[in-house]
Ligand binder design. Structure first.
Ligand code: NAP
Length: 289
């Protein structure tokens, strides 16, 4: 089983949401860069692919594997299924099983390292979802099971039926989106030893200078701490996530080389309690009581 929830170990992942199927050379260059800095966790989903459509981002990783066979050696590939465009969600057992097989084909793999249910399907009984996931594990098609964007109650319901360990919960968590600190998601992850993968760690560009007005206070807090620590605000945004006592892996999504480097610098930053709470208070718009 993947040891993703080891406490005290700082980890980053890189995600392929913003890539299309034909960006093979760009993807190879980015993977070379991030792997050189120690990142070996690569995140994708069947629904990613932008203009290249459903399956495009997985097809891209398959093409990377074909063109640079050694590049993905030892990398942990995570993918997701369950977002069915137009439906919008489907976690029925037949759908998840067929989706997994289609993903493996696109990725050029016999077994994926981590397979997430991308979003909860309110029409799928957790026993059915758990049954499909356990069968995929038994068949050797997935090594580990995760969920994404579940509530704490939905995680508990799935775990009630799932025989395989639930090793990861992928959630939106950033200096611009601190809800998981307060809605029980991170508490559950710590209590149940579930690793947390944080998507959109730069708030989808919202932490940039031209970001939305409601994140102005967060941007100011990040800029102040960046000056004090001698790094970029992006490094502070990543360090903020890494400082949480749950095992949080920020999933970088920038396609820009310099920004990726700034994010990776976040591994070197140790925020004080005061620093960290400055960001939380800026995000909440009020002092902690
Ligand atoms: N499970 C889920 O439901 C879910 C949902 C969303 C994402 N994810 C995962 O999380 C990964 C990361 O998500 P994300 O890409 O949204 O991460 P992010 O780092 O929050 O956002 C990256 C985006 O923000 C832009 N950006 C950041 N700083 C900027 C700046 N200073 N100026 C201009 N643009 C700036 C980037 O543009 P550049 O590329 O030009 O830097 C890029 O388009 C995805 O690849 C995917 O694997 C999962």
């Amino acid at each position: 089983m993947l040891a993703l929830s080891e406490r005290g170990k700082k980890r980053l992942a890189y995600g392929f949401w913003r890539f299309t199927a034909d960006q093979v050379d760009e993807a190879i260059a980015m993977i070379e860069r991030v792997r050189a800095s120690g990142i070996d966790h690569l995140d994708t989903a069947d629904v990613y692919g932008g203009a290249s459509g459903f399956g495009g981002a997985e097809t891209l990783l398959g093409a990377v594997r074909a063109k640079a066979p050694r590049l993905l050696d030892g990398a942990m590939i995570a993918t997701k299924a369950g977002c069915a465009p137009g439906t919008p969600y489907n976690s029925s057992a037949p759908y998840l099983k067929a989706a997994c097989e289609a993903s493996l084909k696109r990725l050029g793999m016999e077994r994926v390292d981590l397979f997430y249910v991308h979003r909860p399907d309110l029409l799928a009984h957790p026993a059915e979802v758990a049954g499909a996931l356990d069968e995929l594990v038994r068949e050797g098609k997935i090594a580990c099971v995760g969920v994404s964007n579940y509530t704490a109650a939905e995680v508990a319901a799935l775990k009630r039926f799932l025989k395989a360990p639930l090793i990861a919960h992928q959630i939106e968590f950033s200096a611009g989106h601190v809800d998981p600190l307060f809605d029980g998601t991170l508490d559950q992850a710590m209590a149940e030893d579930i690793a947390v993968a944080a998507w959109s760690p730069l708030a989808r560009g919202g932490l940039a200078e031209n970001g939305p007005a409601d994140l102005a206070a967060v941007r100011a807090a990040l800029a102040k701490l960046a000056a004090a620590h001698g790094v970029s605000p992006n490094a502070i945004a990543i360090a903020f996530l890494l400082a949480h006592p749950a095992a949080v892996t920020p999933i970088l999504g920038t396609t820009n080389e310099a920004r990726a480097r700034e994010c990776i610098d976040g591994l070197k930053v140790n925020l004080s309690r005061r620093d960290w709470y400055d960001i939380v208070e800026a995000a909440r718009g009020e002092r902690m009581p």
